[in-house]
Write a protein that binds this ligand. Structure first.
Ligand code: UDP
Length: 236
């Protein structure tokens, strides 16, 4: 297996850790993902990771009545920190060096995000987990992932989803839906293809960050995608 990239940022949603229950963290699911990341890292690929928080809390969706959106988003950002801490532990348990940098500071639990330190960690072959999204409310971890991928000079943002790419219609409901091998940022935005939030797609486009959309639904999914052996769509 030969990797196509030197440095990648993998974005998974919080639900990607939850398994079938969609809530919390499933021990088997997180271990399978950690093993996949470990294999990619062993090939010499520098791996950044962003995990969402939707398995615990999404600000816009789960805000309680009367709760300010900014507070709800703070809870969401803390959810991403919980996922990052869990993943750090699991990676460390299988011998992978991993550091969490959070844009939303929780100094007792992990490093606060600092560009310089994060770059050094990557050069030191640590898996670098970015938690806390952008650190600001009204954003999502897709946008946080695109931001950190650009800052870290990643070759690509690997966006893991339930589906193996971007389709012209939802393949779960339309058997005639066609998958794009490649698609432009502008087409994703203009056709309202619901693959990442619009801010993230626009930001990636402005910064020429390619985004590979692939399915994280089997063992070695990341390894295969990084080595060009998985069905996917590249947004560029
Ligand atoms: N969030 C935020 N700012 C950010 C990133 C995330 O306020 O820069 C909050 C927001 O409430 C969001 C939640 O954290 O709903 C969890 O992130 P996201 O919804 O992106 O998680 P995912 O859908 O990827 O699991």
């Amino acid at each position: 297996m030969t990797p196509e990239y030197n440095r990648v940022l993998l974005k998974i949603s919080g639900e990607g850790l939850a398994g079938s229950s969609k809530i919390g963290i499933d021990a088997e699911v997180i271990m399978t993902l950690a093993e996949d990341i470990a294999q990619v890292s062993k090939l010499g690929v520098e791996v950044c990771l962003v995990i969402g928080g939707g398995n615990f809390f999404r600000g816009a969706k789960n805000a309680l009545a009367g709760m300010d959106r900014s507070v709800a988003d703070q809870i969401g950002m803390m959810a991403t920190v919980m996922n990052a801490l869990a993943m750090r532990s699991v990676l460390q348990s299988i011998g992978v060096k991993a550091t969490v940098y959070s844009g939303f500071s929780v100094p007792q639990a992990c490093e606060s995000y600092q560009f310089e330190k994060a770059i050094r960690s990557l050069e030191n072959k640590e898996v670098v987990i970015f938690a806390g999204g952008t650190g600001c409310p009204y954003f999502t971890t897709d946008t946080g992932a695109a931001l950190r991928a650009v800052e870290m000079h990643c070759d690509i943002l690997m966006k893991a989803t339930q589906v193996d790419g971007v389709y012209d219609a939802d393949p779960r409901f339309n058997s005639a839906a066609k998958r794009y091998d490649e698609i432009s940022y502008a087409d994703v935005l203009n056709k309202h293809l619901n693959v990442m939030d619009m801010t993230a797609v626009a930001f990636a486009g402005e910064n020429n960050l390619p985004v590979k959309v692939f399915a994280l639904n089997e063992k070695n999914a990341l390894l295969n995608a990084v080595c060009g052996k998985a069905k996917s769509t590249t947004i560029k």
